[in-house]
Design a protein around this ligand. Structure first.
Ligand SMILES: Cc1cc2nc3c(=O)[nH]c(=O)nc-3n(C[C@H](O)[C@H](O)[C@H](O)COP(=O)(O)OP(=O)(O)OC[C@H]3O[C@@H](n4cnc5c(N)ncnc54)[C@H](O)[C@@H]3O)c2cc1C
Length: 494
């Protein structure tokens, strides 16, 4: 956080009327302003970036470093705009491969792409920045966002608040895991959305394997410790269950032979697993998962306790590891924004991904949905939607900038151009044992290619390898896959 301390110090020095410091302030930092007035107390002072002047590049503030925000940041014309990204993580997660990191098929680093590598201008350009912070509120009237640093309690004890003025604001803050208000989920289950979740799952799994090997542990306790329960039979839950069963058949059987007969995987789903896939593919997945030892249970979770979950039919399911993957819903931040919402509670946008009730604000990715008035359905929470929205908006912003509408309020009354149109390219999911499902139909009713088996697995791997953002990570992923194939997964608990 030293950069942030420097930033704060410089911005404080600059505003002191007694100490003119222009000579020591770099050109980039001359833009840093104090928003507080002299009469404000020190406690309410805020640093930040003030409004841009007419002769400066307009500033695009992007909230979030996920699929949507990163695609926008990657494609945006940095000769036309300064970009400021605010996010509690300094990297993008390549989510389709996240499940593979939980059991050591891939290393965590292979699925994390640093922002500075996605858009080098953020590290180099004087007016472009990345701030490790959460946006806590938006002042739409004054074109400013309020943020608070993420400190993890390490460097500075209290989080620091600051304010950023924007010419254009892009809200791409994603969604959060749904718990449906079920008691105990947040406290005892692990979600699978971030790299730190995958790290927690791997540590817990390896810890339970080692604990169950300790002399004196009863058979009943061994069965509990080594019972991995996954709640949610969507693509993420199924892929994770498949990865776990591969890990058990190949690695646990070889390296934890004493306890291999105790380890089990149960996948609990209220309806059908993989409900968005073709019926034939779904049946194939069910058969394959069962063959690999995954127990499929139709049920609804009522309560989550530290060592067991309770289903609505009264069944107790003891667990050692509980992974929760039941879809996503609007985050607390999105709920707090006073803007019209889509039918599903996401930020409501028009066909050009603008929030129509306010000027210069756009929203992309899982946090937004079409307003009911557009007559369009809310798009699924998918990387392919988020990424294409980011790509579309980068083009829109270039068009607006070229027409002289880059600065705040300068695009009023401008022609909006072509609307955003989404065409679904299909879905893929791995199910373990070198098998996957590939469904290239645009919808469940449409005709098209739907494959399952080894060829699909090969297509799945090739497709994702080519989609990994950087050559560096593509190389890491290929090497990790090769290493796992030859030597097995890494089972060290670091
Ligand atoms: C394990 C897993 C596997 C998946 N597999 C696939 C797949 O195979 N295919 C597919 O199409 N989709 C897949 N998805 C879904 C896909 O990852 C999401 O749809 C996609 O990440 C949405 O992108 P986003 O940018 O809207 O949100 P996210 O990628 O979630 O990014 C949101 C960003 O906003 C930040 N943020 C949150 N709150 C704030 C705040 N207050 N201020 C500032 N920043 C904030 C977050 O830290 C994050 O950086 C998968 C998801 C998961 C979890």
């Amino acid at each position: 956080m030293s950069w942030f301390r420097n930033l704060i110090q410089l911005s404080t020095i600059k505003r002191s009327p007694l100490k003119p410091t222009t000579s020591i302030v770099s050109p980039s930092l001359t833009q840093l302003l104090q928003f507080s007035t002299e009469s404000e107390s020190a406690a309410t002072r805020q640093g930040g970036l003030g409004p841009t002047k007419g002769d400066e590049k307009p500033r695009v503030v992007v909230l979030g470093s996920g699929w949507a925000g990163c695609r926008l940041i990657k494609d945006i014309d940095t000769k036309m705009y300064d970009v400021v990204c605010v996010s509690p993580r300094n990297h993008m997660v390549f989510t389709p491969l996240l499940a593979s990191t939980c059991v050591g098929t891939l290393e965590f680093r292979s699925v994390a792409e640093p922002i500075g590598r996605i858009q080098p201008a953020i590290s180099r350009e004087p007016g472009s920045y990345f701030f490790l912070a959460n946006c806590t509120g938006v002042d739409f009237q004054n074109h400013a966002v309020h943020c608070q640093t993420v400190t993890d309690g390490v460097d500075i004890p209290d989080p620091w608040s600051f304010k950023l003025s924007y010419d254009k604001l892009v809200i791409a803050s994603g969604a959060q895991a749904s718990t449906f208000g079920i008691k105990g989920v947040k406290e005892h289950a692990i979600f699978l959305r971030e790299v730190h979740h995958a790290q927690e799952i791997r540590r817990k799994l390896l810890l339970n394997l080692m604990l169950s090997d300790v002399p004196g542990v009863s058979d009943e306790e061994k069965l509990r410790l080594l019972h991995c329960v996954v709640v949610g039979g969507g693509p993420t839950g199924v892929e994770f269950s498949g990865e776990l069963s591969d890990f058990i058949t190949r690695d646990v059987h070889q390296r934890y032979a004493h306890v291999k007969d105790y380890i089990r995987v149960t996948l609990i789903e209220a309806n059908e697993i993989l409900s968005s896939f073709d019926d034939r593919l779904r049946q194939y997945a069910t058969k394959q998962l069962t063959k690999s030892g995954v127990r499929l249970v139709r049920g609804i979770v009522k309560d989550v306790q530290p060592r067991k979950i309770i289903l609505t039919d009264g069944t107790d399911v003891p667990y050692g590891l509980l992974v929760w993957s039941t879809g996503v819903g609007p985050s607390g931040f999105v709920n707090s924004l006073e803007v019209p919402k889509s039918p599903s509670g996401r930020i409501g946008v028009d066909e050009w991904l603008r929030i129509p009730s306010v000027q210069d604000v756009f929203s992309i990715g899982d946090c937004c949905g079409f307003l009911e008035s557009t007559g369009k359905p809310v798009l699924p929470a998918l990387a392919q939607v988020a990424e294409r929205q980011g790509k579309y908006l980068a083009k829109q912003l270039s068009r607006i900038g070229e027409a002289g509408g880059g600065h705040a309020n300068a695009a009023k009354g401008m022609e909006p151009g072509d609307p955003f149109v989404y065409k679904h390219l299909g879905s893929m999911a791995t199910i373990g044992r070198y098998k996957a499902l590939v469904d290239l139909r645009q919808s469940k009713e449409a005709k098209g290619l739907a494959l399952a088996g080894f060829t699909s697995w090969f297509i799945w791997r090739s497709a994702y390898l080519t989609r990994v953002i950087s050559w560096r990570n593509r190389f890491y992923v290929a090497i990790n896959w090769a290493t796992t194939f030859v030597f097995g997964r890494d089972i060290s608990r670091i």
